[in-house]
Design a protein around this ligand. Structure first.
Ligand SMILES: NC(=O)c1ccc[n+]([C@@H]2O[C@H](COP(=O)([O-])OP(=O)(O)OC[C@H]3O[C@@H](n4cnc5c(N)ncnc54)[C@H](O)[C@@H]3O)[C@@H](O)[C@H]2O)c1
Length: 362
């Protein structure tokens, strides 16, 4: 137990700590004047000081901008000062909300974060981003304000539904594939051990491999000006899938589907041949998508590709009408392509690629 690594940041350096503590102990700590906690823990915790806890339901509706104001009002009513520290406990939704709130309340307060979902542990807990929804368009508002400490304990995910736990791993596949062949191989090998045993010690190794890969990328490009943009791989198509299914398809599965579709699109549009790494990525992500519920698979089959295309046109990665799409030739080798979706050829390829993807999901 103890410090895993430091992350250099232009805002303020921060630390990832491996801990064996429990959520209750964290909430009892007098280091924190206020805690934003996933509503899931309401029924799980006892003997804590409820007066310093704000429970928040972890869903996309809670990430609407209008829902942030009442949280800020509650914080102000508790008279939090700039010398107070806040703790956030939960998955990516709590993190997105916590980051924004911590960054704007009194122009910024210190906070620690205990991620409780695999998705947050494997990816979002580092990088310092907040992403807030605007109506039907996802993650349109945000900024950067990293926590001081990330308290990592893979056991926090033991209570997660197995389907959520597995879908969260998609971001780890993505990060390590973006990073390098070496990291990707290591991640895949450890995933195989984890799937066989479902032992949380293997999960801890997976988290560390993925976070080390992401650390290198975000330290070299904290504010999405270069290499970090490659981490958007799978997200343009993925966010459209989440939006069109009204978030019935979770972020993890949507990213898995988005990565597969972006690879198929690149193969069709740029004639990029898939090598053994890319094929392994597709197979691993398909394995995850097979775990989706029947309802989710049905929704996917029913999607109108024309509406999906319309939603894609609101993606925040569109500049001057051109979508910046990370395209890979293999693991660790990405370039950023600008795609003009007003052109018939791009549109047609989008439609064809969606059909091919749809045929792959069983
Ligand atoms: N800011 C970033 O860098 C970033 C990166 C990736 C994703 N995200 C965002 O993260 C969100 C998805 O987050 P997520 O997948 O971590 O889940 P989540 O926060 O949406 O939670 C999913 C469900 O799991 C429950 N839950 C959380 N922890 C649990 C636990 N330990 N045991 C049992 N149930 C638990 C929640 O109550 C909720 O019902 C999306 O909104 C996505 O856009 C943000």
């Amino acid at each position: 137990m103890g410090k895993l690594f430091n992350i250099k940041s232009k805002i303020s350096n921060y630390e990832v700590i491996k801990t064996s503590t429990t959520i209750e102990k964290l909430l009892l700590s007098n280091k924190y004047s206020l805690c934003l906690v996933d509503d899931f823990y309401k029924s799980q915790i006892k003997m804590v000081d409820y007066s310093k806890i704000i429970f928040i339901k972890a869903n996309e509706n809670s990430k609407q901008l209008a829902k942030i104001l009442p949280i800020l009002t509650k914080i102000a009513n508790k008279k939090l000062s700039r010398s107070d520290k806040m703790l956030v406990v939960g998955g990516g939704v709590l993190q997105d909300i916590g980051t924004l709130v911590a960054s704007i309340y009194r122009r910024g307060i210190n906070w620690d974060y205990a991620p409780t979902t695999v998705l947050a542990m494997v990816d979002s807990c580092i990088g310092g981003k907040s992403s807030i929804n605007l109506g039907k368009y996802k993650n349109q508002i945000g900024n950067y304000w990293p926590p001081k400490k990330i308290l990592l304990n893979s056991k926090f995910a033991e209570t997660q539904k197995k389907i959520d736990l597995l879908s969260g791993l998609s971001e780890g596949y993505k990060i390590t594939y973006v990073s390098s062949k070496r990291d990707f191989n290591k991640f895949i090998e450890n995933c195989e051990s984890f799937y066989k045993t479902l032992n949380f010690k293997h999960l801890q190794s997976l988290l560390e491999i993925s976070l080390y890969s992401k650390k290198r990328i975000i330290e070299s490009d904290e504010f999405d000006d270069g290499k970090r943009l490659f981490l958007n791989f799978g997200h343009s198509f993925g966010h459209s899938i989440e939006s069109i299914t009204k978030y019935s398809i979770s972020h993890g599965f949507a990213v898995a589907i988005g990565c597969i579709m972006e690879i198929i699109f690149a193969e069709n549009y740029y004639k990029i041949k898939m090598d053994s790494y890319t094929k392994r990525l597709i197979n691993s992500l398909l394995f995850l998508t097979y775990k989706m519920t029947k309802h989710q698979k049905k929704l996917l089959k029913k999607i109108s590709v024309r509406q999906l295309f319309e939603i894609l046109s609101y993606d925040k990665k569109i500049y001057n009408g051109l979508l910046k799409l990370p395209v890979a030739s293999t693991a660790g080798r990405f370039t950023l392509k600008k795609i003009d979706f007003k052109k018939d050829k791009a549109k047609k390829n989008f439609f064809v690629s969606y059909q091919e993807l749809s045929n792959l999901i069983r």
